[in-house]
Write a protein that binds this ligand. Structure first.
Ligand SMILES: [Zn+2]
Length: 404
């Protein structure tokens, strides 16, 4: 009973401390550590690795041995309302920001205060929507799922197809991203790369902080919340360490000043929070909480730690099977279904390539209809099917349809 009570108090404490946070990574990783002891052990090992790194300044070996890598990304769009079924262009706008900022190609580097400017460094990590799915089929790297679950990201169901979410693609080979509703002010979170991978591994983002157009809303419409979350995905912590509001907790990074807590908005330079830091907080670092327009850099040591994590807990991404390398096929347009919802009579438009087969699968997993299309637009006529949500599956895509 006492243990239960302690756990409950700890949980309440975690929630109250992070209630205002727009990044829920600390909260969600703690939740996962409490529910999965192996994941918890893996995080302890990651912390030990990071602590060793913090005090080992001879990291030239980490830096020199790093070969530029491109990480395959799959974005799972989970939507209750059509407006959150974000466009491919919005998704690509986010990937573009990621590539720019992770490689220090952002045009606002000159806004970094001079005392910090020399620390800004390219991570030599690139990202691309996957060309090939887990079965070797061509893909655009985007899945779309109609769901009925409110705040599915916060409800911890986003990664389960059987409960209204979408199963991840193999997490060792792909960076899985779910763009879906999150409760309250939460803009996103990422599961940390512990040495035991969580079944929830990946990044969860609110549509209002993803990409630079469509549903993205000021001041989080420049794609930098996601840059922050990918920092977590590759092992970085918040600049202020844990949420204990003390100057003694660490982010394991020796070239970021010690900082008391998060900075919101756009702070004036210098802004001080802990004694002994002559230049004050590095509030313009991606791992703080500033507005998108006021965050510009990762430091050399942050990049070094991400490289260390890439070489250890995320090393499979170096030889991922997420790409075919057949770039010419990457512009294949997405499959269109209309009307949707329908009464069982609808068109399917395949874009450039007609698939060999389409199947309709009900929520129980039964194939209720199968057909080999012969033209680029097909009329599907199944008014006899009972109302409900079905998956329309081709060898390269899965789409949700609703029959009324
Ligand atoms: Zn964060």
């Amino acid at each position: 009973m006492m243990r239960k009570l302690l756990f409950f108090l700890l949980f309440i404490n975690v929630f109250s401390l992070t209630a205002q946070d727009h990044c829920a990574s600390d909260k969600e990783n703690l939740r996962e550590q409490h529910s999965d002891s192996e994941f918890d052990e893996g995080i302890q090992l990651l912390n030990a690795l990071s602590a060793e790194f913090e005090f080992d300044q001879s990291s030239a070996s980490v830096r020199d041995g790093f070969k530029e890598v491109t990480i395959p990304v799959v974005v799972h769009v989970l939507y209750r309302e059509e407006e959150n079924n974000i466009s491919y262009e919005q998704i690509q706008s986010q990937i573009d920001v990621l590539n720019r900022d992770f490689n220090a190609e952002n045009g606002d580097l000159d806004k970094i205060p001079e005392v910090f400017r020399a620390l800004a460094t390219s991570a030599q990590i690139r990202f691309r929507l996957a060309d090939k799915d887990q079965y070797g089929n061509f893909t655009k790297g985007v899945t779309r799922t109609l769901t009925t679950v409110e705040n599915i990201g916060t409800e911890n169901l986003y990664h389960q197809s059987t409960r209204g979410g979408r199963d991840p693609w193999p997490q060792v080979h792909y960076m899985n991203v779910w763009v879906c509703e999150l409760e309250g002010n939460t803009l996103g979170f990422a599961i940390l790369p512990g040495s035991k991978m969580s079944e929830r591994d990946g990044i969860v983002m609110s549509p209002r902080a993803f990409g630079t157009l469509g549903t993205a809303k000021e001041p989080y419409n420049l794609g930098r919340t996601f840059v922050h979350e990918v920092g977590h995905y590759l092992g970085l912590r918040h600049l202020w360490g844990s949420d204990d509001e003390s100057c003694s907790s660490t982010d394991y990074i020796s070239d970021t000043p010690t900082q008391l807590k998060e900075n919101f908005g756009c702070k004036p330079f210098p802004t001080y929070s802990c004694l002994g830091q002559p230049n004050g907080d590095m509030f313009m670092n991606y791992m703080d909480y500033g507005n998108d327009s006021c965050m510009y850099l990762f430091t050399q040591r942050q990049v070094d730690l991400m490289h260390l994590v890439m070489k250890t807990n995320r090393s499979a991404l170096f030889h991922s099977e997420g790409f075919t390398g057949i770039v010419a096929e990457r512009n294949l347009s997405e499959l269109k279904i209309y009307p949707n919802p329908s009464e069982g009579i609808f068109h399917v438009e395949f874009g450039e390539q007609t698939p060999s087969k389409i199947e309709l699968v009900n929520m129980l997993g039964d194939v209720v209809y199968s057909y080999s299309p012969t033209s680029k637009i097909e009329l599907i006529n199944v008014p006899e099917l009972p109302p409900g949500i079905y998956s329309l599956i081709t060898p390269s895509q899965i789409n949700q349809i609703v029959i009324r």
